[in-house]
Design a protein around this ligand. Structure first.
Ligand code: UDP
Length: 252
């Protein structure tokens, strides 16, 4: 379906193609997995299909509670129609429990609950390894305006509350996650909406009963069974119906 479409952008895990009408794009989910700024790479068969479906589910549920986002509809196993946005060059991380970089940076034992949910900003620039930045940097360099940062923080906390409940209800702890935002223009005004994806590639998800990791740390830390765990997340969310054939059959 995307064969004749113009490629707009290719990232590490997704490709953006021009959409069927102005203001839309097609987001294609690849099976490629990368970590540590693409120093570690692999192809995980079926990952794109699962992440497309999980991201569809999460974005639709968030839209239903009023968190505006770029998702329009899923087109097929690997593609979804999205609104074109002007991406804000920030990775917004929200954490509930210490893991990964905050554990290292602040000397916290992984698994320590944080005193409250903490939002961090990273400047999206692979050449610099996505450095952590503060609101001062963001406004000084004009990556986002103060009002936009306020909107981003408010939306991030709503996403965190909703996803904590959604995953908690199926026995999964939401440790942390990364989201991205973009601007849509309405005349001379712009609005910030949630963009990119929300999937086990961009969240830390731990089984509540065992603390087993069910997310990309399985790949980063060579824990094995990456796809099986992503599929288990989808299964618990009740969206697994089409998954087994995909994993066994390797649909492209
Ligand atoms: N994350 C992401 N993309 C990145 C960096 C981080 O999706 O480029 C996610 C990661 O999966 C985790 C959260 O953001 O859910 C916090 O990541 P952290 O800062 O601990 O970095 P990491 O330890 O993953 O390098």
């Amino acid at each position: 379906m995307t064969k004749n479409r113009k490629k707009i952008y290719e990232g590490k895990a997704k490709i953006l193609y021009e959409g069927p009408e102005p203001g839309t794009l097609i987001q294609y989910f690849k099976d490629d997995a990368t970590a540590f700024n693409a120093q570690k790479k692999a192809v995980l068969e079926g990952k794109g299909v699962i992440n497309n479906r999980i991201s569809e589910h999460v974005m639709s549920r968030l839209a239903a509670i009023g968190v505006q986002n770029h998702f329009i509809k899923r087109l097929n196993l690997r593609e979804q129609l999205i609104k074109e946005v002007e991406i804000i060059p920030l990775e917004v991380v929200c954490r509930n429990i210490a893991a990964g970089s905050i554990a290292t940076r602040l000397g916290l034992e992984e698994g320590t609950p944080l005193p409250r949910s903490i939002i961090e900003f990273y400047y999206k620039e692979d050449k610099l390894n996505d450095p952590m930045v503060s609101e001062e940097h963001i406004t000084a360099f004009n990556w986002a305006a103060t009002q936009e940062i306020d909107d981003i923080m408010a939306m991030t906390l709503r996403v965190n509350d909703y996803l904590t409940g959604m995953f908690g209800a199926v026995g999964i702890t939401l440790v942390d996650f990364k989201i991205e935002f973009g601007r849509v223009y309405e005349g001379e005004f712009s609005r910030v909406i949630l963009a990119d994806e929300i999937s086990p590639d961009s969240c830390r998800l731990w089984d509540q009963a065992t603390n087993e990791k069910m997310d990309k740390d399985r790949f980063r830390r060579d824990l094995g069974d990456v796809i099986e765990n992503y599929a288990e997340v989808a299964r618990r969310l009740g969206i697994m119906k089409e998954m087994p054939t995909v994993i066994q059959g390797g649909i492209s």
